[in-house]
Write a protein that binds this ligand. Structure first.
Ligand SMILES: [Zn+2]
Length: 675
């Protein structure tokens, strides 16, 4: 060991840690260049509509790769170096520190980030965590820190382990999971699911079914049913939905902030995770009622709590449609993950429309451009981020500042999964040996298709900032397979050309199938017309979109470090920031709802190093507006949104809109004013 330490000083500790952890993995942990084939649901499970590809099948390119690199250079790649909750004393590394959800949360995003980038520094970190769990399973099958008796954090660790197994093929993962599930099945009667585990049980079933598809062990299906029986009945909540407006602690039966069963069912992150519940049940049951339960759950949640950014409000609990209400970052990344699971089960393209909307808007909009700071709550109309008691349900005055651990540290640990899992889900396999483009972005996918032929597809695009997607097919030998391309609901007039030949019958809101025999060098060019669209927002306001991007008022942002008043102040190299406006925000827009293109000028700029920053925004919209003097700040937020149309005698001004994700201060639901 002394020689090792000496070597560490010479080579740098990271490199040696990488060597040590590589040596600890008996199966070898280098990601293979050609990914393993996708694994379909095994009978009697209902077949998946689309089969997720093993992690590392999709490699990010272009701006998407740069975005993951920003993340790796930000908090995600450094958090463990200075934040004790995921530091070397974590219970999940054998220490005496945090031993609940934060270590597994961190790993659930670090694993896909590390392997998608193929970044040796991050891979070494991820393996360090994985190895501890893999080498410290107890004789009875239990995993994790011995002093944790809660099933919930283990559920998160299982998600991280399945991704790690897909990336590396490490042969230790599957036996560990088999032993753990047998242990859990034997103990659930005397130690049933409770608290968070009771509401989030569907997340564990995802891992149970993942293992069943690899081993065929029938007792896993019994475990899936037992988890469903002990778990909270979400279907009942949405069959008779009572949360039809902003909830209050009194309504939820919360005494001095303590959770009740009712409050847990109105909790935003629980609801985000629960979206997948009927889909997971459907895999086991195949029952139409589970499909209908999904539709009802989405409808109720978004009808009463939906926001323009594709999310629903929650501050901790459901909070209505006012664009000054907030949405927690954990609920953003968990909704993404639920949608990715639901798309695989049901194959519904509108779920993927929503996934893109959240991934390209709500996700980047709640991070500082360098991803060194995040918010707990983001607002669609967010005109000031500072320490002030806002009208949140139960969340505190730190909730909308950009920082290390504002309000509560769950998001600090959990936020890392958002981008990487989205990238991993861009493509899925179809049941007829084809491939489906679920969402778009620059990437290369390596998988097998047709008659088991290795296939690479290069996707070159600046989507969502531009509307052209070019696919270059590269099967290792000519092979026939269906290529399904999602045509978003907004993409009327989309065109597809195969080797220059136009395809016909393309309809928005569907998957378009190209059934071809593919050979090396074949090209598919998809053109999505990025028309400016107006949709009705809160109080008959106007919400502006172009493709999957939402557009918000560009407000001058003054970023100032917060040096006092935080309950858990950030330590360097992180910092906490308030963001204050230095330009006005109370504009109404002059826009023709029926023909918005006539009132908006589109300015495209290069897609540069940081598209989700105000100065790096690759698209700007110029529109006319007037200020509304009666619309003012109330308790740190934009005051009640006036009902449109709104009268204003103020002069007409040119107004600039940028993508929601680039605007850290913003108006998104605009009043409409007369020309
Ligand atoms: Zn959170």
């Amino acid at each position: 060991m002394q020689a090792t330490l000496k070597l560490a000083r010479i080579l740098g500790i990271t490199f040696v840690l990488a060597l040590l952890s590589l040596a600890a993995v008996r199966g070898g942990s280098e990601p293979s260049t050609r990914s393993a084939p996708p694994i379909q649901n095994r009978k009697p499970l209902h077949p998946l509509a689309f089969c997720p590809l093993p992690l590392t099948s999709v490699k990010p390119q272009g701006w998407l790769r740069r975005q993951l690199e920003i993340q790796a250079n930000g908090l995600s790649g450094h958090l463990d170096e200075f934040w004790p909750d995921v530091g070397p004393n974590s219970g999940w590394l054998g220490g005496t520190g945090e031993s609940w959800e934060r270590g597994p949360y961190f790993l659930d995003g670090l694993v896909p980030l590390a392997y998608l980038l193929g970044d040796p520094r991050l891979i070494a970190k991820a393996e360090n965590w994985v190895n501890w769990t893999l080498t410290h399973q107890r004789p009875d099958g239990g995993i994790g820190p011995p002093r944790n008796a809660d099933w919930w954090p283990n559920m998160v660790m299982l998600k991280a382990l399945t991704q790690y197994q897909e990336a590396t093929g490490d042969p230790r993962v599957i036996p560990l999971m088999e032993r753990y599930f047998h242990y859990q099945a034997a103990h659930l009667a005397e130690r049933p699911l409770h608290e968070w585990a009771k509401f989030r049980w569907a997340d564990e079933v995802v891992s149970v079914l993942w293992l069943y598809n690899r081993t065929g062990d029938q007792s896993l299906l019994d475990l899936a049913r037992l988890l469903s029986q002990q778990g909270f009945n979400w279907e009942a909540v949405f069959a008779d939905f009572h949360f039809t407006a902003k909830t209050s602690p009194a309504q939820l039966g919360m005494r001095s902030g303590v959770n009740s069963e009712l409050s847990m069912s109105a909790h935003g992150v629980n609801n985000a995770m629960a979206l997948k519940t009927p889909a997971v049940r459907f895999e086991v049951s195949g029952a139409d009622s589970d499909k209908q339960a999904t539709d009802r759950q989405l409808k109720e949640l978004y009808e009463f709590h939906g926001l323009a950014n594709g999310m629903f409000s929650c501050e901790e609990h459901l909070a209505g449609r006012n664009p000054s209400e907030g949405t927690e970052l954990c609920s953003v990344v968990e909704t993404q993950y639920s949608l990715e699971q639901m798309i695989a089960v049901f194959g519904d393209p509108t779920l993927a429309d929503r996934l893109e909307k959240i991934s390209f808007n709500a996700l980047p909009g709640t991070f500082s451009p360098d991803m060194w700071a995040h918010q707990y709550l983001q607002q669609p109309n967010q005109v000031e981020c500072n320490l002030e008691k806002r009208d949140w349900n139960t969340d505190g005055p730190e909730s909308n500042i950009y920082g290390l651990e504002p309000n509560f540290g769950c998001c600090t640990a959990n936020m890392h999964q958002g981008w990487p899992k989205f990238v991993a889900s861009l493509w899925m396999a179809t049941p007829d040996q084809g491939l489906a483009a679920i969402a778009y972005g620059p990437n290369e996918v390596n998988t097998v298709a047709g008659k088991g032929v290795p296939v690479e597809i290069k996707e070159e695009t600046d989507y969502p900032f531009r509307g052209i997607v070019r696919l270059t097919m590269n099967p290792s030998s000519p092979t026939a397979f269906p290529l399904r391309l999602r045509i978003p609901d907004w993409a009327g007039g989309a065109t597809i050309a195969v080797n220059g030949e136009p395809a016909g019958g393309i309809r928005p809101g569907e998957f378009y199938t190209l059934d071809h025999s593919w050979k090396k060098g074949d090209t598919v060019v998809v053109k999505f017309p990025l028309q400016v669209r107006v949709s009705p927002g809160y109080n008959n306001s106007v919400v502006i979109s172009r493709g999957p991007l939402l557009f918000s008022l560009k407000i001058g942002e003054k970023w100032q470090k917060i040096t006092a008043g935080m309950s858990h102040p950030a330590k360097p190299p992180a910092a906490d920031w308030e963001v204050l406006p230095f330009t006005p925000w109370n504009y109404g827009l002059i826009i023709d709802r029926a023909n918005p293109e006539g009132s908006v000028a589109v300015i495209e700029k290069p897609v540069g190093a940081n598209p989700f920053s105000p100065e790096g925004a690759p698209v700007e919209l110029q529109v006319k507006g007037r200020r509304i003097p009666t619309w003012t700040l109330v308790d740190g937020s934009a005051g009640p949104l006036p009902d449109s149309p709104v009268a204003s005698d103020q002069p007409v001004e040119a107004v600039t809109l940028i993508p929601y994700g680039a605007a850290k201060l913003r108006i998104t639901d605009f009043p409409q004013v007369a020309p």
